[in-house]
Design a binder for this molecule. Sequence first.
Ligand SMILES: NC(=O)C1=CN([C@@H]2O[C@H](COP(=O)(O)OP(=O)(O)OC[C@H]3O[C@@H](n4cnc5c(N)ncnc54)[C@H](O)[C@@H]3O)[C@@H](O)[C@H]2O)C=CC1
Ligand SMILES: O=C([O-])CC(=O)C(=O)O
Length: 267
Amino acid sequence: MSASEDIALIGWGAISGQVAQMLADRAAPVRIVAVGVRDASRARDVPDGAKVIDDPDALAGTGATLVVEAAGRASVDPWGSAALEMGADFVVSSTSAFVDDAVLARLRGLAQANGARILIPPGALGGVDALSAAARMGLDSVTHIVTKPAAAWAGTAAEGLCDLHGLTTPCTFFEGTARAAADAFPQNANVAVISSLAGLGLDRTRVALVADPGAAHNTHRIEAAGTFGRMLVELENHPLPGNPKSSAMTALNLVRLIENRVSGLVI
Ligand SMILES: NC(=O)C1=CN([C@@H]2O[C@H](COP(=O)(O)OP(=O)(O)OC[C@H]3O[C@@H](n4cnc5c(N)ncnc54)[C@H](O)[C@@H]3O)[C@@H](O)[C@H]2O)C=CC1
Ligand SMILES: O=C([O-])CC(=O)C(=O)O
């Protein structure tokens, strides 16, 4: 446990904004020392004292001890490499980057070489602890169904798979492996990589993606069976006001992870 933590947030959007606000409101003993963005000249309203950087190489000069990504798939490799090379732990939200096995293998190598760790929080999910524990005794099947309001799928490949704007009943527009789901829907199905890495892996975890015109929540339903027994977890997440694609739970799980780093009691 550290007495305090110096954090770099990568991405300054709906999730990072919510995390920063909650850490400030809860007076967590952490400092946001940097915010990583694509274009520093356009960053607005960053936390007091945070340096705005748009080059991963600039991370080394920030003194960050924990680098927390909530930006997007393409950000994971460059920012993660920079974080791990300087020995900081790297927290990944855009886990869809790991559909490319080589990216994960390379970052794991950097983590090991530099005495750092890659941390994958549950994101929009719950029950990942139980799934990961159960996997140690052997799993037979894991199914993950992601249901979001039709509007949450706007601007994604779902637009070509069902009539998002004219839907009157739920449309299951994708059924397949977790790898294919996260690869095709990197803004909406990062969670498929999380349930996979915790459980049966990217190619044996079955995923369905649903656009529901009547839904008000982002729902995640995970069913798993194995030697341990059977589990069923369902979350009905409110989306974040700043981004209907992203569940508030994603930010909450980041706040939990960060607070656990500086707390004598980890829960
Ligand atoms: N693990 C999970 O359960 C979840 C993961 N996510 C991931 O988190 C990401 C962020 O989500 P939100 O905050 O809702 O999105 P957002 O769109 O509100 O904010 C993302 C911000 O990151 C910036 N950005 C994009 N690429 C960047 C890069 N290479 N370097 C620095 N900044 C970059 C964007 O300009 C934007 O300001 C999503 O794209 C998704 O990949 C989102 C929801 C759940
Ligand atoms: O926030 C959610 O409910 C899930 C999500 O967008 C993702 O996994 O990319």
